[in-house]
Design a protein around this ligand. Structure first.
Ligand code: SF4
Length: 630
């Protein structure tokens, strides 16, 4: 296989049922059209996974993909992508992690792993020196994430080794389980931990020894220094470096964009219990960066006093943790929130889905739709941190009422009934994160249209948060009115724009927190990409790659039966006004934003399909798409 820059040039496939392995040469066209990481994973699933495969069957493909920048000096390029058909949503399941997994995967000899089949007994897949072997590991089945990771590290080493594993939740195929990398970094929303469990695959161990070539190392170094200089001047750099995304808890509450008590309120009275000051006061906190990142937005935390003493953890989802287990569930005890986070991680659950189902369950309890007979005696009330912890265990072990909540808020609402689907915080079966869409409508649109169901990071639209100039806003959204928080104008275009540029960063495998502002625009990334790969991409071409990735994910979902009418939000956000806070009286003006979004995408409003001219422009052959869709 030919020597490449930025890529290894090899894709490894393994069928765990038969043990059959193959190494496929990475195709130049795939690089040119999808770049890497999320682009590779989504493209591969679209091309190789037949429609209507049951997500927990042997036929589902589980993919781990790296990007061209992993293992180079490009800042914040530790990210890696995971993809499969989701058992939670039955559409695309995918995630992105900040561990060193992708870097070590490349150093071990592969750009991408594609896993099918099911091992007869629990195994871990050891990837090393251009090969991968399924090694029996019955002794690890049943272990928590830290136990399994610790044992595997002792067995396979510490230096240049990365581990992705599932906890008890993934083993039991809980639809809101995830994969945890290097003990603390979760990825794989939509139950990809369950997909791993369905394959009897407890863990992946990657051991790297190869170097990654860059085509023009000297020019790359200069470009990297320029990138870091711009980053250090960005307003978010210092704030995130000091306290991570948890710093936004208080501002979000003031703006009316925090989801409080599952969306029954628009303002959290006890915010002082969960703000930045409380974080520093009640938890031992140390900022930490992911591998190769100059902006340490993640945190190591520990509890040194009180009933949760000894709790320790690490994570990059400050806001999702603090606001999710906190105000969303009516909890204002930072130490209890830390405990909930650690437990969720240890058991291998997706933290956003977990706090979403807990908050939803609490509202059902308070409304009398469930009671202690349903919950096995647990008083699942807002603010009850102990109930939260009990229920997290029940979800992971599929016990008691945890069996219902572990199915995610959509299926849980189907079971609970009583019109609870109106306030179940989900889209297309995916549980929403802790932002109140009525307080931040562009995020409501993001939730409605994202390719993995209610999701905020696919677009991560920052037009109302960043101080972009008029000129930049016109380029993004066609109007400066997009700056206005509540009006619908420009939001469709801006969400489409950001979906495209975020897809490029995900394909390069650069973190979207670092690239959240102007650094995420293709013209600020293209130099590094070209100096790594030696290929002559243009910024316009990169933007089209992002657009192609979004469209191929759309096609995958349409083939699985998704409809245009699924691009919506739950009844609460469209039809019930927020009762208090800065966004009091607001609802999400989804219809107007959605129309503009479809126009920007060149998708048909009635069917939801990309129009033929768009498919042709992206080289996605409209004829073939029609045949695929039947
Ligand atoms: S910005 Fe934060 S999440 Fe992103 S790579 Fe750096 S430390 Fe990790």
């Amino acid at each position: 296989m030919k020597q490449m820059n930025g890529y290894i040039g090899r894709i490894f496939t393994i069928d765990l049922s038969s043990g059959e392995k193959d190494i496929i040469a990475l195709d130049d066209q795939m690089i040119r059209k999808y770049l890497g990481g999320r682009g590779f994973a989504s493209h591969w699933l679209y091309e190789n996974l037949p429609a209507n495969v049951p997500p927990l069957s042997e036929k589902n493909l589980l993919i781990f993909a790296s990007g061209p920048c992993n293992g180079t000096i490009v800042p914040s390029s530790s990210r890696g992508s995971i993809g499969a058909k989701s058992p939670l949503t039955s559409i695309l399941g995918s995630g992105n992690t900040g561990s060193s997994f992708s870097v070590q995967l490349k150093r071990a000899g592969f750009d991408m792993l594609v896993i099918s089949g099911k091992a007869q007994r629990p195994v871990c897949l050891v990837i090393e020196d251009g090969d991968a072997t399924a090694v029996p590991c019955e002794d690890l089945w049943g272990k928590t994430v830290s136990e399994a990771t610790g044992t595997l590290r002792a067995r396979f080493g510490y230096r240049n080794v990365s581990i992705g594993c599932i906890g008890p939740a993934g083993e039991r195929m809980v639809p809101i389980s995830t994969v945890i990398f290097d003990k603390f970094r979760g990825a794989g929303r939509g139950g990809l931990g369950a997909v791993m469990g369905s394959k009897n695959l407890k863990a992946l161990v990657v051991k790297g020894s190869k170097g990654i070539n860059a085509a023009h190392p000297d020019r790359l170094k200069k470009e990297v220094l320029r990138f870091i200089q711009i980053l250090e001047e960005e307003p978010y750099y210092e704030r995130y470096s000091k306290a991570g995304t948890a710093v936004i808890a208080e501002p979000m509450n003031k703006m009316g964009s925090a989801l409080v008590k599952n969306g029954t309120l628009g303002f959290f009275e006890d915010i002082e219990g969960v703000n930045e000051k409380a974080l520093k006061q009640h938890l031992f906190v140390r900022q930490k960066a992911c591998f190769s990142c100059p902006m340490p937005c993640t945190q190591q935390y520990g509890v040194t006093k009180g009933p949760y003493k000894g709790t320790y953890g690490e994570g990059s989802s400050g806001a999702s943790v603090v606001m999710g287990f906190g105000p969303r569930c009516g909890v204002s005890d930072m130490r209890a929130i830390a405990k909930a986070h650690t437990l969720t991680n240890e058991l291998g659950l997706d933290l956003i889905s977990t706090n979403a189902v807990l908050a939803f369950g609490m509202e059902c309890f308070e409304k009398g739709l469930i009671n202690t007979s349903s919950t096995g005696g647990v008083r699942l009330e807002f603010g009850n941190a102990e109930a939260q912890l009990e229920m997290i265990e029940d979800i992971a072990f599929r016990e008691g009422f945890g069996r219902v909540l572990g199915e995610g808020t959509k299926r849980a609402s189907d079971t609970i009934g009583g019109h609870s689907e109106r306030f179940a915080p989900q889209v297309k079966g995916m549980d929403m994160m802790e932002v109140e869409p009525r307080g931040m409508p562009s995020w409501g649109l993001m939730f409605a249209v994202s390719s993995r169901g209610a999701d905020h990071v696919r677009a991560y639209d920052v037009c109302q948060m960043m101080s972009f100039s008029d000129e930049v806003l016109i380029r993004i959204a066609g109007t400066i009115e997009v700056r206005e928080m509540f009006g619908p104008k420009g939001k469709g275009r801006s969400v489409a724009f950001f979906e495209n540029v975020r897809a490029v960063a995900d394909a390069m495998e650069i973190c979207r927190f670092v690239t959240r502002g102007k650094l995420g625009f293709p013209e600020n990334l293209v130099g590094m990409l070209n100096y790594v790969t030696g290929l002559a991409f243009t910024a316009e071409e990169m933007y089209s790659i992002g657009e192609r990735i979004v469209n191929v994910e759309r096609l995958f979902n349409l083939r699985e039966g998704m409809k245009a009418s699924d691009d919506t939000l739950p009844h609460r956000y469209l039809s019930e006004s927020l009762p208090d806070g800065a966004a009091k009286g607001k609802r999400v003006p989804l219809k107007e934003m959605l129309e503009e979004y479809y126009m920007a995408r060149d998708w048909d409003m009635a069917s939801g399909y990309p129009k033929s001219q768009k498919l042709d422009f992206l080289g996605l052959s409209a004829d073939r798409v029609r045949r695929n869709l039947g």
